[in-house]
Design a protein around this ligand. Structure first.
Ligand code: HMG
Ligand code: MG
Length: 311
């Protein structure tokens, strides 16, 4: 299998990255974050969630965020939609892509969306049909594809079963998500190959949280089996409110540095993303979790200290 020469990065920082923040992040900060990411060249940004505000209060201002961002033609702004209520909110807000999110683990499905896997598919059916009718792109995310915080081991068979159900709903893209970052490269390749037996390889993506420090290795392992879409979060922001202890997604800056270093194109300006990572980390008072971000910011600061002062 040859490595892809172009990789699509789905920037999930504004949604997955911020949803778990305890203090409310002001709407204008979310809007500024998305605008900066747009300017950096992303073709797909996960911008909001239309979920119950009682479950995830941080995402309650999704409609306002979507109304205020400056959209760039060619960039898709996605929103999470667990049911028809969420779908209607996302469409009214002008989402270009709706994301149904299920799990390969029954226990996580109950904790995250308050229903069994089978019930979740039944809820997604009208969402999928409505997305098709409106001509809106439909993506599905499958949580706990490499392990579950409640039930532990998740079989490859369980993942494949949900992939098949999502395919039957007509999904355009399916995310294999390591919600708690426990996967290692061999198992990731096994899961990706099994998923690719059921769904087009070029429309499968890897969504890796970096809790155990395996995310970059898992991306490389996925590239080796031909996966060419990855999710990442600027400054490594994030965590899932229903997966305690899980840290953020792999940092976008780190993924870009690796891919560009391998000669793989993304169309994204790494330096602009590093500046965005610095902006959002400072705006929400968090340490920047991107190794590449920290390294480049330190290097730039040293270079500007060394520059002769202007008189
Ligand atoms: P429920 O309580 O079973 O739903 O929650 P319900 O239909 O019985 O409704 C209860 C209340 O919620 C009602 O309001 C509804 O109107 C309201 P009330 O009458 O009590 O005032 N409601 C909604 N409000 C706004 N938007 C909606 C909506 N739906 C119902 N769409 C539900 C079921 C799915 C809604 C709930 O469990 C929920 O919102 N869960 C959110 C889960 C979530 O957002 N998790 C984080 C994102 S997933 C993730 O991070 C994983 C991912 O990154 C991949 C990975 O890493 O694994 C994608
Ligand atoms: Mg996630």
């Amino acid at each position: 299998m040859t490595m892809p020469n172009y990789v699509k990065i789905v920037e999930v920082g504004p949604r997955d990255g911020l949803q778990n923040e305890k203090g409310m992040v002001p709407t204008e900060v979310k809007v500024a974050l998305i605008n900066q990411l747009t300017d950096a060249g992303f073709v797909n940004i996960e911008a909001a969630s239309f979920v119950s505000p009682k479950w995830v209060p941080q995402m309650a201002d999704g409609a306002e965020v979507m109304a205020r961002i400056q959209r760039r033609p060619g960039t898709l702004y996605s929103a999470l939609t667990p049911n028809m209520k969420g779908f209607e909110g996302a469409i009214a807000a002008g989402a270009d892509e709706v994301v149904i999110f299920g799990a390969a683990s029954e226990a996580f499905s109950q904790k995250n969306i308050n229903c069994s896997i089978a019930e979740s598919i039944a809820r997604f059916e009208p969402v999928a049909a409505a997305a098709k009718e409106k001509g809106v792109r439909l993506r599905a995310s499958i949580s706990c594809a490499l392990g579950c915080p409640y039930q532990g081991e998740v079989s490859v068979h369980a993942v494949v079963d949900v992939v098949r159900r999502m395919r039957e709903l007509g999904c355009d893209e399916i995310d294999i998500a390591d919600t708690i970052g426990v996967g290692t490269p061999g198992r990731v390749q096994e899961v990706m190959r099994a998923a690719a037996a059921e769904f087009a390889l070029d429309r499968l993506s890897g969504h890796f949280h970096d809790t155990y420090g395996q995310a970059l290795s898992n991306i490389l392992a996925s590239l080796e089996v031909g996966i060419s879409i990855f999710h990442a979060s600027v400054a490594g922001l994030g965590g899932c409110p229903y997966a305690k202890g899980a840290t953020g997604n792999v940092a976008t800056e780190d993924v870009l540095y690796m891919l560009h270093g391998m000669g793989i194109h993304t169309g994204i300006d790494l330096e602009a993303v590093v500046r965005t990572g610095d902006y959002i980390s400072q705006a929400i008072g968090r340490a920047n979790s991107s190794r590449v971000g920290r390294a480049l910011l330190t290097k730039w600061a040293a270079a500007s200290d060394a520059a002769p002062a202007c008189i």
